[in-house]
Design a protein around this ligand. Structure first.
Ligand code: SAM
Length: 318
């Protein structure tokens, strides 16, 4: 059916994200020793502005994520929604920043692929075995559950199934919880993403939600971005919330979140640690500074919080 084709095109986007990250890390933009096990070959060259954009995305998201985990002294959970082939679990383990439990959710077919890689690549499975204490490790084709890492195959538009599966795998609503979605909500209709944000706000009293996705999509450049995705049968069903930074914040505030802030990625880029940015900018010559600026102005990080335990999650000065 049409909707199966549309979902298949959305599932394929996890390869785009990881292929770009694979290329950028091969050039030294940042370190990720695990992505090679999910995407074997470095692939075609990507333009420098794309690599710099991914650098800003990864550094910006990691900065907020790590700050949350440090404030909670690792006594927290992370739920990566639409995680695709993301490697954050392995990075956090290596940096001694593992939360009590790290959950990932994606479509069952994406999860099956990810689990296959984990099963067959010792550098990936080792981290899971090392952080697991009993003999009850669950590792079948469609789910993985260990003491510290859990991967669930479920459609994020099916909230009752999501809630049920997470609880089945010992999600604890009382723990400070960080929810992360990177280029995921934009593929869902406004009512589906609102339901998801609302469920998260109702479920966790102390939580932060980090959302990275497109913004300022109503101008000419935004239209071209939409057309490029449509050419690959990918519809940005949630593009309505991507009109402005204000509409990004609004969506959280309307769905039970107490505070919300949003920055476009050009602003994030200018706030990143200057010494590492200088190192990164020397990696590849960038001719067209304007192209980078335009690209970065069309992505944003929005973060929202609920803070019953007063962990300081509501502060906007990250
Ligand atoms: N967050 C990852 C990253 O940044 O590398 C992957 C990003 S990829 C662009 C979008 C991911 O969201 C895909 O893996 C896709 O399967 C997942 N996704 C989109 N809609 C979903 C839904 N309704 N249920 C579960 N996963 C979904």
């Amino acid at each position: 059916t049409d909707s199966d084709t549309a979902d298949e095109a959305v599932r394929a986007t996890c390869d785009d994200a990881s292929t770009c990250k694979r290329f950028a890390t091969s050039k030294g933009y940042w370190r990720d020793p695990y992505i090679q096990y999910f995407i074997r070959s470095v692939g075609e060259r990507k333009a420098p502005e794309i690599n710099r954009g991914y650098y800003a995305r990864v550094q910006g998201v990691n900065h907020l994520l790590d700050a949350f985990i440090r404030r909670a002294e690792c006594n927290c959970q992370v739920i990566n929604l639409g995680a695709g082939l993301d490697t954050t679990f392995w990075r956090l383990k290596d940096e001694n920043l593992l939360p009590r439990k790290f959950f990932e959710v994606d479509f069952p077919t994406v999860v099956a692929r990810k689990i296959h890689h984990i099963k067959t690549k010792p550098p990936l499975s080792r981290a899971i075995i090392e952080t697991h204490s009993t003999d009850s490790l669950l590792l079948d084709a469609h789910s993985l559950d260990s003491d510290r890492f859990c991967i669930i195959g479920v459609d994020l538009r099916d909230i009752s199934n999501l809630d049920e599966k997470l609880k089945k795998f010992q999600l604890n609503p009382e723990l400070p919880t960080l929810l992360l979605s990177e280029c995921v909500l934009v593929y869902m209709t406004p009512s589906h993403s609102s339901n998801l944000l609302h469920w998260a706000a109702e479920t966790f009293h102390t939580a932060m939600f980090i959302n990275y996705e497109q913004v300022n999509m109503s101008d000419r450049f935004g239209q071209v971005m939409i057309e490029n995705l449509q050419r690959r049968h990918c519809t940005l069903a949630g593009v309505e919330a991507c009109q402005s930074l204000e509409s990004q914040r609004e969506r959280f505030l309307k769905n039970g979140w107490e505070h919300a802030d949003a920055l476009d990625m050009m602003t994030v880029y200018s706030m990143l640690p200057a010494d590492d940015v200088a190192r990164m900018e020397r990696l590849e010559f960038l001719d067209e500074k304007e192209l980078l600026e335009q690209l970065l102005q069309h992505y944003s990080i929005c973060w929202a919080s609920r803070d019953k335990l007063s962990l300081g999650n509501s502060h906007s000065d990250y």
